[in-house]
Design a protein around this ligand. Structure first.
Ligand SMILES: [Ca+2]
Ligand SMILES: [Ca+2]
Ligand SMILES: [Ca+2]
Length: 419
């Protein structure tokens, strides 16, 4: 699948920019060139032409073209010119490097319609956050740095920090001391629950938190799994939700404070309650000058308020599908600020593999990743500026203007990277 994706992209790039590639001194691979020998030439003639030009060995072929990729000593452009002087050679040319795609090689990338929608699975092309375009604008088309982004804090069920697509990403790990008394690993009695935050307690016994972490920050271009929206952002994880995915407001509030104290610029909360809690409201307000807080709009499919998303200091994130429609389960009300893909999202899971699930929980880390890119570009701007820029880094979806379904619109990483 990876090679098929790469071939398709290279074709698109060439169709769009043949003249500019030919005019400029395009970069090429330093050790190989592409040669097609003339029909009817003998192996001895080919070998002689190759030896005279410094060809060391054949390393591959370009199927369908009938050309070979060969390793050469010295500058491939010089070697190609020498080969082109031989009658045994139909043509030889440097192995040019195509750019302007920004598509990483992660095995599951083709399934991430939320990042780049080509109509796969019956989706609407470009019903996505334009992640490759955004990454190209940020890092250049072929660079996928593993560090340097703004820190993202996540309150959830924890994380499988040693997952192959998250290894090294988690720089802060903590959680509530106790969810209560565990009974035979089946249920948790809330007796003696202790919301004190303890370092090192972020192991994910549910999967939800690992999934959210992957959407926000999974390693890109490692040939494995998925790619996070803000793959160069370090992650701060605080576990306030238990094995069943539930957690008390006291622990959530403590986690918010912990993440802000540890330098998270963006705090992502894929959780909610219909209860308006003064503790939760105050916890968010207390960090609002340091971190931009985002939360899931809710999965009730109604206009009912869901907290903390509904608080004025929190960006409420609704969920869209692969056709840029609001997901049926996604809460809709006047407080929804932005929307993001949240239906059938593939991401990392706590068993070390990958899983596809749906929810405004999945939309939230998409938006948090976009927010982290904004915070990274404007490090001294502060949460108010980041919120304003996030609200501008969207594609407005029908009806025109802000609406209860998708708020200001579905987030767009390219706009965040260039706006
Ligand atoms: Ca797109
Ligand atoms: Ca990956
Ligand atoms: Ca709209």
């Amino acid at each position: 699948m990876r090679s098929a994706v790469a071939i398709g992209i290279a074709t698109l790039v060439c169709l769009g920019c043949i003249s500019s590639v030919a005019a400029a001194a395009a970069p090429y691979d330093a050790h190989t060139l592409i040669v097609k020998y003339a029909a009817g030439t003998t192996p001895a003639q080919r070998s002689l032409a190759g030896r005279l030009a410094g060809v060391l060995q054949t390393v591959g072929s370009v199927r369908g073209v009938g050309a070979r990729v060969v390793r050469v000593a010295g500058d491939p452009a010089v070697a190609a010119a020498r080969l082109n002087r031989s009658r045994a050679v139909l043509y030889a040319e440097p192995n040019y490097i195509a750019r302007a795609t920004g598509v990483p090689n992660d095995a599951g990338f083709g399934q991430l319609y939320g990042l780049d929608n080509s109509g796969q699975g019956g989706g609407l092309p470009d019903a996505d956050i334009d992640a490759p375009e955004g990454w190209s604008a940020l890092f250049g088309a072929t660079s996928f740095p593993s560090a340097g982004g703004a820190k993202i804090g996540i309150v959830d069920t924890g994380v499988l920090a040693r997952h192959e697509d998250l290894a090294g990403k988690v720089v802060n790990c903590a959680g509530v001391r106790s969810f209560g008394i565990d009974v035979l690993g089946i249920i948790t009695l809330p007796l003696f629950a202790d919301p004190t935050i303890v370092a090192g307690r972020c192991a994910d016994d549910n999967g939800h938190g690992t999934h959210v972490a992957g959407t926000a920050g999974a390693i890109a271009n490692n040939g494995r799994g998925v790619a996070g929206v803000a793959f160069n952002s370090p992650l701060a994880i605080c576990k306030a939700l238990d094995r069943s995915g539930a957690g008390a407001v006291a622990g959530i509030a403590n986690c918010i404070a912990y993440l802000a104290a540890n330098g998270a610029k963006v705090i992502s909360m894929s959780l909610g309650t219909t209860a308006d809690s003064a503790t939760l409201r105050n916890a968010v307000a207390a960090v609002s000058s340091r971190a931009l807080v985002l939360a899931a709009a809710g999965n009730d499919g109604t206009a009912a308020a869901n907290y903390p998303a509904f608080y004025p200091d929190v960006i409420s994130v609704a969920a869209t599908d692969n056709r840029d429609q609001r997901a049926p389960f996604s809460t809709f009300n006047a407080d929804v600020e932005v929307a993001a893909p949240g239906v059938n999202i593939l991401s990392t899971w706590n068993n070390g593999a990958y899983n596809s699930i749906s929810g405004t929980s999945m939309a939230t880390p998409h938006a948090a990743g976009v927010a982290a890119v904004i915070a990274g570009r404007h490090p001294t701007g502060g949460p108010l500026l980041w919120a304003t820029k996030l609200g501008a880094a969207v594609d407005d979806l029908p009806p025109a203007g802000r609406d209860p379904q998708t708020g200001l619109g579905r987030v767009n990483l390219k706009r965040a990277a260039t706006g």
